[in-house]
Design a protein around this ligand. Sequence first.
Ligand code: 4NP
Length: 190
Amino acid sequence: MEERFLSDVLDASYPESLMSEPTLRVTAVCLGNICRSPIAEVVLSDRVARAGLGARIQVDSAGTGDWHVGGRADHRTIAVLTSHGYDIDHVPRQITHSWMENIDLLLAMDHRNYRDLDGLIRGGSTQVRPTLRMLRSFDPQLLEIAEPDTRLDVPDPYYGDPADFEDVLAMVERAADGVVTYLEQRLSGA
Ligand code: 4NP
């Protein structure tokens, strides 16, 4: 019987063009990874899939803090996403130095996250550094504001109420298409 290897099967079933095309990893980052960045991850994943780029753009999220690692998203995060038709299956994680060499775009939810991520990037030993942006800098109505800036913050809703989570979702949705357009341009080498 002819011996078959995994690579034979993959080569046969996976389009050649897709294997050779560049891919990007995007990581949304907030403080606890239970409220804002999981919302950003879910919305961006949805927009990336709708753009037909699910195979080329990987979206995830993390927190700068470790309090909620291994737990679950805040119940208000789950509520706001499900009430707007999104699915969420999330386990909070903390971002560390070692992630830097595998991320192409870091999206900070507020100016403190931006500052902390800037420190992580600068403190890393790797030569390959992710691009650091504030998520809301992609909102078409906020393009004039130079980042980092508190006016680009997605405010922390943790001590707030469900309306604050609605506001977070709306802010993320306003910026999401701009993020996808930016990623499309990077993929095409523009
Ligand atoms: P997030 O919100 O950064 O949007 O996930 C927070 C979640 C938890 C805490 C702070 C902010 N905390 O202090 O535990």
